[in-house]
Design a binder for this molecule. Structure first.
Ligand code: F6R
Length: 267
């Protein structure tokens, strides 16, 4: 794992964006796995800036989002479809036909087929090159809540009350947060070639420490990332504050060879 502690969320997001830009310059058909929530907002802003000011071309990129609330239409202001359009898709030259988000309107009987189809679409695209992740305060990735199978595939999940509360700010009434979601599974996420996890703020410190340094356990789903060969954590000092090997991670970063640095290589 690579733990990249940056001075603030903006610099951490810019570093992740530079690595994504580098991947797209090298492979214009890059397949991105995308996350929603407050965490990736600065990353999307920086990717939009790179598109606008430096001509980063998304026309051949394909995207797959992690999850969607069941019961919300794509036009619902709290749906992840709406989130992606407003915060990213509308501002870059992504072909809408190359963007994929699980449907929130799928009927109960067709959920398994819909999830299987989502997995097939990812496979047909050649798999995900870079998966962007946030992390829940309980250690969830995607909407794989604690106790999720560490080999799970795309499926319906029930949110914990804690996650519903964490996400309630996006809804008019906290009771409006759906109980169910469709989410990529942990096994699905782990098949991505690279994983970029972003985490900012004190509220994420316990989850980040468990993910990077705790035992691998379904009780903290992000801990499975220890088994991934290319997992990179882009975090701020507050999210890093409970890591016990912080000094070593900073030492590694300070001694990173120039040829390995995305901030230089992407320019
Ligand atoms: C979002 C997702 C979630 C969030 C997590 C953190 O698509 O899958 O795992 O990344 O809940 O949310 P924020 O960033 O709002 O703290």
């Amino acid at each position: 794992m690579e733990i990249l502690v940056q001075p603030n969320p903006e610099t951490a997001s810019a570093l992740a964006a530079a690595a994504i830009a580098k991947a797209i310059y090298e492979k214009p058909t890059t397949v991105l796995g995308l996350a929603t929530g407050s965490t990736p907002l600065a990353l999307y802003r920086e990717l939009i800036r790179l598109h606008r000011d430096e001509g980063l071309d998304f026309s051949k990129v394909r995207t797959f989002n992690l999850d969607e609330y069941l019961g919300l239409s794509p036009d619902h202001p709290a749906s992840y479809s709406h989130f992606m359009r407003v915060n990213f898709f509308a501002h870059v030259n992504l072909n809408p036909q190359r963007t994929h988000i699980p449907s929130g309107l799928v009927s109960q009987e067709t959920i398994p087929a819909h999830c299987e189809h989502y997995e097939e679409e990812i496979a047909q695209a050649g798999g995900i090159d870079i998966q962007i992740l946030g992390i829940g305060s309980d250690g969830h990735i995607g909407f794989n809540e604690p106790s999720s199978s560490l080999t799970s595939r795309t499926r319906i999940k029930t949110l914990t009350e804690r996650t519903r509360l964490d996400n309630s700010a996006h809804f008019v009434n906290p009771d409006d947060v759906p109980h169910h979601v469709i989410t990529m599974g942990i096994g699905t996420i782990m098949e991505a070639r690279k994983i970029f996890l972003l985490a900012f703020g004190e509220n994420k410190a316990t989850a980040v420490a468990g993910a990077a340094e705790g035992p691998i356990t379904a009780s903290l789903p992000a801990s499975i990332l220890q088994m991934h060969r290319h997992a990179h954590f882009y975090i701020d000092p507050l999210a890093a504050s409970k890591l016990t090997r912080l000094a070593y991670y900073e030492w590694v970063l300070a001694h990173k060879p120039a040829w390995q640095r995305d901030d230089i290589a992407a320019r």
